[in-house]
Write a new protein. Sequence first.
Lengths: 251, 255
Amino acid sequence: MRAPTSGTWLVLGLLALWEASARFGWVDSPNWPPVTEVLRALWQDSVTGELPARVGGSLYRMAAGLLAGGAAGVAVGLAFALVPLTARLFGLVVEAVRPIPIPAVIPPLVLFLGLDDPMKITVVALTVFFPVLTNTMQGVRAVEAEALAMGRTFGIGPWRRAACIVLPSCLPYTLAGLRVALGLALVVTVVAEMIAGEQGVGSYLVLMQFAGRAPEMYATVLLLAGLGYALNRGFVALEHRAIHWWFAMGR
Amino acid sequence: MWGDRVRAVLPGVAVLALLLAGLEWAVQAGLIRRVLLPPPSVIGATLWDLLASGAFVDPLLATLQLVFAGFAIGSLIGVLLGTAMGWWPAAFRLFEPLVELVRPVPKSALVPPLMLFLGIGFTMKVTSVALVVIFPVLLNTLQGVRGVDRVMLDAARTHGWGSAHTLRHLVLPAALPFVLAGMRISLGLALVLAVLAEMLAGEGGLGFLILDMQRSFLIRQMYAWLVILAVLGLVLNGIVAALERRALHWQNRNP
């Protein structure tokens, strides 16, 4: 346990100020509940099962989108990097879609896929696709030419070369892309839920805002922050296990 | 050189054109319902009307103003705080826990609380955009300032440079590549948050228009505005990339 630094005191001080300002009416607003009230709302909504059910739904959509978008990103990234012709043919189509800010693709997708899971999973997949694609391509470019040449010398066919030489050495890059994508995926899931439909944490957040139930609203924000933090930490741990040799090489 | 570049993008352009032609045919042949996707030629005509009549100017300016105001405020805070935290250990100890606590909060989730406090006007939207911009800029600035070569710092001290002089002439130039990289990430995020805030607040701007057109079943217009927004994203990205190249021409480590 580290000794509390000035920063810890600053955080505690701000929290105390928040609590006091709400309790003693320094900030007299229904939108400014005390911290303890927010924590109680978080506890209550967790016990009733309202929040866990919504979080579960959101996580499911996020995971499905992550899987679909990640797989597509790796596949297209490998194709673009290994077969330059495909990049020359389809690169421009990909680059035409990339600059669209992601919330803006939701309205057209609603037309095609409706308000529920398929639309939201597609939005997440689309978000995840680009960082994974870029990193996978970078990873393939970083494959050592000697390793490939050696594979060829030993008479290993192109498919096995891709599976046994290219894939493992671009894995660290792809995983780094996935880690970025994971953070985005949670945010985008929530955004999609905020804009369309009535499922998930995002919709709950907007619902509580409209209902003027400030403690529940802040509790949801708090929960999302914790979730984002935990997901990132979990992924980093997994990453270290999956590619420990990469970190062992001192990178 | 131009010939080479044209030849390099030609296949891509051809595929894009083929794709559009294919969509046109599929819609005309009734394979895709017109209410979901009007033929690209019709969207093109609608887009042309918007451009020719000048109707695109106001919403575009509204969104641009929002992005740039939020980006400027957020970048300034990020650079100042990042430099302070990188330069003075006391500042780092003071702010680090707070930054680590606020950073994982999805900024998009902060839009509803901000709406309660700041209403649905410009202030709320600029604050949302600035909030998302701060953190990438701050973290990159911090990394850049801390990464300054110790030998250079010692040399500066040997030459009797004061703290302010060292910051201005050694630390900031050395951190600039990091700062700019953070800004490029932030600009993309700024546009995303601007569009989201416009959608949720429902008060003008490109994001609001796209959602509003969809809800009013003005589908052609929706796609036309979407194209305008995509071009905006492309142009913003191009501007930062160009700025980065200009500002860092002396640094040809990654050409």
